[in-house]
Design a protein around this ligand. Sequence first.
Ligand code: FES
Length: 163
Amino acid sequence: MAEENKTNPSETEREISRRSFFTKVGLGSLGIASAGTLAFAYQFLSPNVLYEASPIVNVGNAESYEVNSVTLHVKSAVYTVRLPEGFFSLSAICTHLGCMTAWKPDLGIIACPCHGSHFSREGKKLAGPAPKPLPWLKTWLSDDGDLMVDRSTTIHPLQFLRI
Ligand code: FES
């Protein structure tokens, strides 16, 4: 009888083993569900903030620009223009559908490659579907002699920065 117990576990031992198995499965499932809930709660409670680049950019030392020059800063999508009257900054984003424009020194115009709008170096619309001129952007000189541009603030045209 004792030998029979070693090879064939009794009904009670089988029951305990089954109970133990289901307990472990239950605890495991509970653990996975809790981890998922905690992960979801953490994501829900974390601030959902979109960090954007500052609208204010430094476009370099004013003395580095030659008179009668138009310089495109591709990363910040801004033109720095230096004329005998002074400096100004233009947005390089086309006012039609937002393409990046390009300065054409041989033609003396700013051109949009998307639908053919043309602008003067002062931003005035010359041709194409663009509904408005390129906006002038607030520009000032830092204490270090660098030109600073606020891409979020437009100004009336012909307000040159005189140094
Ligand atoms: S986006 Fe410049 S002309 Fe259309």
